[in-house]
Design a binder for this molecule. Structure first.
Ligand SMILES: *Cc1c(COP(=O)(O)O)cnc(C)c1O
Length: 225
């Protein structure tokens, strides 16, 4: 077994079968992504559009690509034809552009609403009150080429475990309120994307359905990421 295969096997023992593992492959070489693929991994996450489209063509066609980083409206057209899920939707305008480009590609694109739960002011996303307001005012459920499948969030980068737990718990509450208020008739709203290498265990305890893990699988990245 390669180190990457071992890391995936270890992680699979740590997370329940009902939680999907997204292997975050940003800044990871194609050969290492292939090692993960050969270990059975099919869901991969990238945070930059350019990097994603470059790598995609060199890798097997049955990979499910998740876009997890900030997405600019003018780049949606490059990913709409193939992306499996966009985790980082932070405005109604972006949702409507995704809807338009998905329509052109003859697809329905799965999206998550990114919710800001951390202290850092630099992290993108709606505040919980802003998500409710956006859904009330814009009625995004009318967009027929997207499915809003749930929410995504990132906890503060800190050693304070209780603080991280509280933030995940807040995201779970936000998820539940949205689901019960607006999506009771839409079974596809069922994903809570939270948890990274440093905090995935807490995230799973707090109800995560998708963990996005990079460094525990592929090793430490260059710090610019
Ligand atoms: C990089 C990244 C991850 C994975 O981070 P690790 O700490 O390497 O597991 C998860 N989610 C997002 C949005 C990221 O940008």
């Amino acid at each position: 077994m390669t180190v990457i295969e071992e890391n995936i096997a270890l992680l699979k023992q740590q997370i329940p079968g009902s939680v999907r593992l997204i292997a975050v492959s940003k800044a990871v070489a194609v050969k290492d992504i292939l090692a993960a693929y050969n270990a059975g991994q099919r869901d991969f996450g990238e945070n930059r559009v350019q990097e994603l489209i470059n790598k995609k063509d060199e890798l097997p066609g049955d990979i499910k690509w998740h876009l997890i980083g900030h997405l600019q409206s003018n780049k949606v057209k490059y990913v709409a034809p193939f992306v499996s899920m966009i985790h980082s939707v932070d405005s109604f305008r972006l949702l409507s552009v995704i809807d338009k480009e998905a329509g052109k590609a003859g697809r329905v694109v799965d999206c998550l609403l990114q919710v800001h739960i951390a202290d850092e002011t630099t992290k993108f996303g709606f505040l919980p009150e802003e998500v409710y307001k956006m859904i009330e005012e814009e009625n995004p459920l009318q967009l027929s080429n997207i499915h809003i499948c749930g929410v995504m969030g990132m906890a503060t980068f800190t050693d304070d475990r209780q603080k991280i737990r509280n933030e995940f718990s807040k995201l779970f509450t936000t998820y539940t309120i949205i689901k019960e208020s607006y999506f009771t008739d839409h079974a596809y709203f069922r994903e809570l994307s939270m948890g990274m290498s440093g905090d995935y265990k807490l995230a799973v305890e707090e109800g995560s359905t998708m963990v996005r893990i990079g460094s525990l699988i592929f090793g430490e990245r260059n710090k610019i990421f």
